[in-house]
Design a binder for this molecule. Structure first.
Ligand SMILES: CC(C)(COP(=O)(O)OP(=O)(O)OC[C@H]1O[C@@H](n2cnc3c(N)ncnc32)[C@H](O)[C@@H]1OP(=O)(O)O)[C@@H](O)C(=O)NCCC(=O)NCCS
Length: 151
């Protein structure tokens, strides 16, 4: 298994993985608009070409088994840290979980953020997502939580 940064050549397989992630996520979060699915491809095409965005993939043979996607975002003006890295996706295919791949993808994401000179990484996670929570709690020692509640 190899972790590497994705390139435009990964578009077809990465698109399938992103659609899988979207289907999984929209099944868990009723705020997600199902019609966004048709925007995933065009957005991925743009993302793979901009340098404020990075995708990392886990590759086994010719197959991509997991990926992480991140981008540079801006904080509000009241914050001293003006820019941060936002990991918008982290996903491992069923059958490839619990083997350390997610953790290695996070390592690649953190290294990319540091190379960009960014001091913070942000991730959103649902309270019910115990697998992801376990991983993040293990990996991040010093974190701040934002709570988003439905009214
Ligand atoms: C969350 C996710 C990306 C984690 O990837 P992963 O490759 O399974 O994570 P790792 O194998 O690196 O797990 C590291 C730790 O997290 C825990 N863990 C995470 N997912 C686990 C799983 N499915 N089964 C068992 N342990 C899991 C384990 O405690 C593990 O610790 P260990 O080293 O002591 O075994 C993966 O479960 C997934 O794709 N889930 C669905 C999508 C999702 O929830 N994405 C995150 C959105 S915020």
């Amino acid at each position: 298994m190899r972790i590497r940064q994705a390139t435009v050549d990964d578009y077809p397989q990465l698109l399938k993985l992103k659609q899988e992630f979207f289907d999984w996520e929209s099944g868990t979060d009723d705020r997600i608009d199902p019609s966004y699915r048709s925007h995933i491809g065009p957005r991925l095409g743009r993302d793979l070409r901009r340098d404020t965005c990075a995708y990392f993939v886990a590759q086994e043979g010719k197959e991509l088994t997991a990926y992480a996607g991140m981008e540079v975002k801006k904080s509000g003006q009241e914050y001293r840290t003006r820019k941060y890295a936002y990991i918008f996706h982290l996903y491992a295919k069923n059958g490839h979980r619990g083997k350390g791949i997610g953790s290695q993808l996070l390592t690649a994401c953190m290294a990319w953020a540091r190379r960009q000179g960014l001091k913070e990484v942000h991730i959103k996670v649902h309270a019910f997502n115990k697998d992801a929570w376990r991983l993040y709690k293990k990996r991040f020692k010093d974190y701040l939580m934002t709570l988003i509640a439905k009214t």
